[in-house]
Design a protein around this ligand. Structure first.
Ligand SMILES: Cc1cc2nc3c(=O)[nH]c(=O)nc-3n(C[C@H](O)[C@H](O)[C@H](O)COP(=O)(O)OP(=O)(O)OC[C@H]3O[C@@H](n4cnc5c(N)ncnc54)[C@H](O)[C@@H]3O)c2cc1C
Length: 356
């Protein structure tokens, strides 16, 4: 049996991919899937590589207009050729849960994975406090940023996190995504619909101060607040050891520029399933398929963290010309290599920011 810890989208997806060949058990500490929501739910069209068809109940908005702000409150406006998609995260997670259940995956809710003893995993019923043991051939940690599977298996390493805080706000809006990059983090306002915005900040330090400042730009009734950790991708994390695999946030597979982890997480689920189903080395697959983009995002994050406020102001000014805008608008940001390359090609002055 293969045991998977975590019934988030990545855990359920990898379970669904393994179920044809293996008995699969998913252990989840919550009583159901998808709650609490701790996500803004913005993804590119690349999501269609993982879901079937356009007919679903979880894509709740499409947004073509994006503004990127500099500290002096100037911004560059982009009209994306392919709109970004906004998800209802609970329904999105349920989609992958149902997919896995349909393929015969078994779920054990309200149970927390607490440790392992060789090939046995130990889980605790959160009502009765009783523990159970299960023997498994493979263990997959899909248990999010603070992965206990990683900790128990010596795969945790020293992790750094963005602290994410977000408010859902009743506010009329024009269906535009606002993005506020800053040293050590970024802020956003993402429209759920014409009357509701998801406004938040993710920062390595002090998110509350940035968050309070950002909220002043979007006054409105706060419906709810959410928060959570976003792991900073660490290329030195070992994500596979003796039939133990880490996927998604548990492996820190998150883009360091935007905190986006849904698509890279689902990609890692496919790689883990391929590795187990076809006996291919998972590390090699991840290094080939995920590392180029994750490393480039990390490099860009580190570069951006060296920027002064003036650098940011200058960069947004430099990008604000038709050629650069055209390059930015035409490329999916999940394909960052081509985005950076095309931007530099269209505006060689940008290379000074790259050099920095
Ligand atoms: C504020 C915020 C905004 C975000 N916005 C975006 C965005 O707009 N776009 C994007 O792409 N990404 C975004 N992300 C990141 C995205 O939410 C994650 O990358 C994604 O949820 C990762 O999925 P996962 O399945 O790996 O982990 P998770 O969704 O975290 O699922 C892990 C599951 O494991 C369970 N679990 C944990 N420990 C145990 C245990 N010991 N035993 C049993 N079960 C356990 C948890 O209950 C949970 O259900 C955001 C994150 C935050 C915090």
């Amino acid at each position: 049996m293969i045991a998977i810890v975590g019934a988030g989208p990545v855990g359920c997806y990898v379970a669904s991919l393994l179920a044809a060949k293996h008995d699969v058990l998913v252990v989840e500490e919550h009583k159901s899937v998808g709650l609490p929501v701790q996500c803004t739910g913005i993804v590119t069209q690349e999501i269609f590589d993982f879901i079937s068809g356009k007919h679903n109940n979880f894509i709740i908005n499409e947004v073509n207009d994006v503004r990127i702000f500099s500290p002096n409150n100037k911004f560059i406006s982009l009209k994306l050729e392919q709109p970004d998609l906004i998800l209802d995260r609970q329904k999105f997670d349920l989609y992958f849960f149902k997919l896995a259940r349909k393929k015969g995956v078994k779920f054990l809710f309200n149970h927390r994975f607490i440790s392992r003893n060789g090939s046995k995993i130990i889980v605790k019923n959160l009502d009765s406090g009783r523990t159970k043991k299960f023997k498994c051939s493979h263990l997959i940690g899909a248990d999010g940023p603070r992965s206990i599977v990683a900790k128990c298996s010596g795969l945790y390493n020293k992790r750094k996190f963005f602290i994410g805080v977000q408010a859902v706000i009743k506010k009329k809006n024009n269906n535009i995504i606002d993005f506020y990059p800053f040293k050590g983090g970024f802020g956003w306002a993402v429209p759920e619909n014409n009357n509701t915005l998801r406004v938040g900040v993710a920062s390595l330090t002090n998110p509350k101060n940035y968050f309070q400042e950002l909220l002043k730009k979007y006054p409105g009734k706060i419906i709810c607040k959410q928060g959570g950790l976003i792991p900073l991708f660490d290329p030195w994390t070992v994500f596979c050891k003796q039939k133990t695999y880490l996927v998604g946030d548990a492996a820190s597979f998150v883009k360091a520029t935007t905190g986006g982890g849904i698509i890279t997480g689902l990609k890692s689920a496919e790689l883990a399933a391929r590795s187990i189903n076809h006996n291919i080395n998972y590390d090699a697959l991840v290094i080939m398929k995920l590392f180029p983009s994750l490393l480039l995002n990390l490099k860009m994050r580190k570069t951006m963290d060296n920027f002064t406020e003036n650098d940011w102001n200058d960069l947004i000014k430099e990008l604000n010309n038709p050629k650069s805008r055209k390059a930015l608008q035409s490329i999916n940001r999940d394909r960052l290599f081509s985005l950076v390359f095309k931007s530099f090609l269209n505006n060689p002055k940008l290379i000074r920011f790259g050099l920095k």
